[in-house]
Design a protein around this ligand. Sequence first.
Ligand code: AMP
Length: 454
Amino acid sequence: MSTVSFADLNLAPEILKALTESGYVTPTPVQAQAIPVVLEGRDLMAGAQTGTGKTAAFVLPILQKLLPLSSASASPARHPVRALVLVPTRELAIQVEESVKAYAKHTRLRSLVVFGGVDIRTQTPHLKTGVEILVATPGRLLDHVEQKTVQLNQVQVLVLDEADRMLDMGFMPDLKRILALLPKQRQSLMFSATFSNEIKKLSADFLVAPQLIEVARSNATAENVTQKVYLVEQADKHALLAQLLRGSDATQVLVFTKTKLTTGRLARQLQRDGFAADAIHGDKSQLERIQALDAFKQGKVTVLIGTDVAARGLDIDQLPMVINYEIPSAPEDYVHRIGRTGRAGASGIAISLVSPEEEKYLKEIEKLIKHEIQKENAVVQHQSARPARAPRGEHSERSHTPRPAAPKKPGHDAWFDKPYEPSASAFSNTAQPVEQVSEKPKKQVAALLVRRQG
Ligand code: AMP
């Protein structure tokens, strides 16, 4: 059995050191495939969803290629933008650049993230000092181009990350404008969760003889995510959600709704129920969104409610549970939503609350993912009045106490030790009852009981 190691991938010691410090032991399949291709200098079209380790798959070889060009000089002229990473959302931009910083920390290479929704003047001085790796959302990058605060004529590598999402969000005209500003002689890498015809056309337009790699079939749902549907009347969803949250030991739960209105209302209801809940959606200011995400990451907020805007790029290690309060009408969004859990080989649970009106959407989803999701009629325990304290239900002792997040484990998982497989058998039905997969640590509960009784 031959398993590729990071050392086999011809990465410099300073990069390997950062990987060890990040807790990475073995490359993920997309890393094992993409890194040699990028190091060779070839264009790449990679079908890989978020959660597969795709960020490191392009960042690591880019760092390796740029290392000989790194400079100790303070002069901005010695630090031109050499790698440009375009991403669709601010959240993803922040997360990608955090990864660049982590992997580049023992090198002299500089990185920066620029995105819209914040004062452009705060970004300009940093750009002017010179950065080799720039992560940007397309609109804000063009603002900087117009203000002449960035030069792109030395870009050697271009990455289009979540290219399908960029097309969905209407970034095609911006992308075309940006591409026209880049040197013709360059390497281009494209990452996309899906291979639609539009994506194929984009790759034909922008990539030259790309090497194609695909690590999870398009629209595949992660095998390590247990999916479950509760059939429930719309009016009973709030009570059921509160019940599920009380009965779960998940320390971070991401709840999806369809509209901003529901997001805000549900967050307030759950706060009244005693949960440390918050909302994130496109109408919130950039600062509010970052604060909500940070609080969620740190475990101060245990239930984060969002629309699909939050779905992409939200990178949280080991997010244990995703709940669809309302299922999306576009089945692809379901795949993206539940892709927030079960990342990088960890197991996750995705629960959907489906009302009779939504069953038609559920059918579409099942058609797309090519298997039936386990269903159960919800038994909703109604509470006569709004509970000020825990009800005496079966999980009552765990209610109303926002739990701190479990300490993060290093990002290693036995999944990474599996030998590389060219195409994951993505459609096997691994659904098991939630109760069987969620091995509940009893310690926390006991501690809470003691506190309540004492
Ligand atoms: P991505 O698909 O790039 O968003 O990565 C998903 C998660 O996997 C991130 O939290 C990474 O830190 C983590 N990760 C990436 N590569 C590895 C690896 N080789 N070993 C362990 N964790 C990894």
